[in-house]
Write a protein that binds this ligand. Structure first.
Ligand code: F6P
Length: 457
């Protein structure tokens, strides 16, 4: 094997450069050239295939810094559709003109689908990434728990639901944690901790929304910031129970901090964020978001009197505030856990291509209190209809009565986070106040990478 290509697809995460760096370091050892495809699958759909030689003379280019968030290659949410035979053939032809013998795709479940389309034409391997931590399985036969029903709102479409899963041990998890997740949890927990003091001082209710789509893993990890209550998408919100908890907290400590995952649902399975949808002036639906919907519900149920008479606030609306942590969860320097394991998984992806384990996923596994890299066939993440589902936060990890991680959830988080930071991570906080930040404009890595981009003629 002489040359491989690598691309980063889907939303960025803090650990992408660390994974690319793992790919390149392993390739350097094996004397394999690495071409980085610019902007994920979008680069392959472009007839010129903009690409960067990442290891001239088997040395990584200096722009590739594993401690830097984002991806020097750029990313996009474009994918090669499995039904588009013409596009698939064009992409395969472009890869063969680039003379690459294999492709490493760094991505999540969407990437896995895009990669599948190419699997019959070129050896492909996925190196996982996603802050949502929803790529993998809680246990090997979990995909068999999915069943589907006809969707009454859409003819010929199905709604997929999952039966409550079986008990499992942590060492049964396939792809234990995905690079990007630990940093997202770190950022979320810090936000929760910082917002607490305002809620506490002003006797208010803070509702903090974290990312994660349909998976409550980030919300669960935000428990490190010590919120009072955590709401996750896997457990439908029960308004009466939530109101009762909040009243108890207000009575006892005069304020409350609630973490909500952006994908929380009501008892019918409808996303909370869209329940209070309104229209903007142009007539488009405006989704107020999960935290706003919970705020509205609490303001209505608790009423103004609760705050005006007891807390000396103006109204329920003024006393309850929402904050989305947003893209800060996905940005900036990756913490040690992510850096280290992303690097390992990048290297493992190259090994898998070399071993001929095509159409597989490099996975991070946990056994006997140790992490190690392994692999699983891409197909093992598909249900019997071929659909890849986001791995849900297991109900075994969450205590719905207490709105907190369960003992197993605590064990899971502890295994990842008890040693997740390095001294370098702590030290990096100091560099913020480097005086050069004040007088030197930001120099984007895109400028340097741009000078390295080559194209197919
Ligand atoms: O999948 C990663 C993620 O950050 C989700 O948690 C979030 O819902 C989504 O991407 C946001 O996507 P975008 O950056 O395109 O708004």
């Amino acid at each position: 094997m002489k040359r491989i290509a690598v691309l980063t697809a889907g939303g960025d995460t803090p650990a992408l450069n660390a994974t690319i760096s793992g790919v390149v370091s392993r390739a350097n050892q094996l004397r394999i050239e690495v071409l980085g495809i610019v902007k994920g699958f979008n680069g392959l759909l472009n007839p010129q295939v903009p690409h960067v030689h990442l290891n001239p003379l088997y040395n990584s280019i200096p722009e590739l810094d594993p401690t830097m968030g984002g991806t020097i290659l750029g990313a996009s949410r474009d994918y090669v559709s499995g039904n588009d035979e013409v596009a698939i053939r064009q992409v395969a032809d472009r890869l063969s003109r680039l003379k690459v013998d294999g492709l490493v795709c760094i991505g999540g479940d969407g990437t896995l689908n895009g990669m599948q389309a190419l699997a019959d034409h070129i050896p492909v391997v996925l190196a996982p990434k996603t802050i949502d931590n929803d790529l993998g399985l809680n246990y090997i036969d979990e995909q068999d728990e999915w069943y589907r029903e006809e969707n009454p709102d859409q003819p010929n479409a199905f709604r997929y639901r999952m039966r409550e899963g079986r008990d499992f041990g942590l060492d049964e998890m396939i792809n234990y944690a995905t690079p990007g997740y630990a940093t997202a949890v770190y950022v979320s927990a810090i936000h929760v901790q910082r917002i607490r003091t305002t809620a506490e001082s002003h006797r208010r209710i803070a509702i903090i929304e974290v990312m994660g789509r349909d998976c409550g893993m980030i919300a669960l990890g935000a428990a490190y910031g010590r919120p009072d209550l955590i709401l996750v998408p896997e457990v439908p919100v029960e308004p009466e129970l939530l109101v009762q908890k909040v009243v108890g907290l207000l009575d006892y400590q005069k304020h409350a901090v609630i973490v909500v995952s952006e994908g929380i649902v009501d008892k019918d399975g409808s996303p909370y964020g869209s329940v209070s949808a309104s229209k903007d002036p142009a007539g488009n639906m405006l989704y107020s978001g999960a935290s706003e919907a919970i705020k509205k519900m609490l303001a209505k149920e608790l009423g103004d009197a609760q705050f005006v008479n007891k807390r000396r606030n103006d109204s329920a609306d003024a006393a309850i505030f929402t904050r989305k942590i947003g893209h800060t969860q996905r940005g900036g320097r990756p913490i040690k856990f992510d850096r280290f394991h992303a690097n390992q998984l990048g290297g493992q992806a190259v090994n898998l291509i070399l071993l001929g384990k095509h159409n597989t996923i490099a996975t991070l596994q946990y056994r006997d209190r140790e992490f190690y890299v392994d692999s699983c066939p891409a197909n093992s993440l598909r249900d019997r209809w071929g659909v890849i589902h986001a791995r849900p936060l297991s109900r075994k990890f969450y205590d719905p009565e207490r709105f907190r991680p369960s003992p197993l959830g605590i064990e899971y988080l502890h295994s990842i986070f008890h040693n997740a930071l390095s001294e370098g991570d702590v030290e990096s906080a100091r560099s913020l106040f480097d005086t050069s930040h004040l007088n030197r404009p930001y120099h984007s890595v895109n400028v340097d990478i741009n000078k390295r981009i080559r194209r197919l003629s």
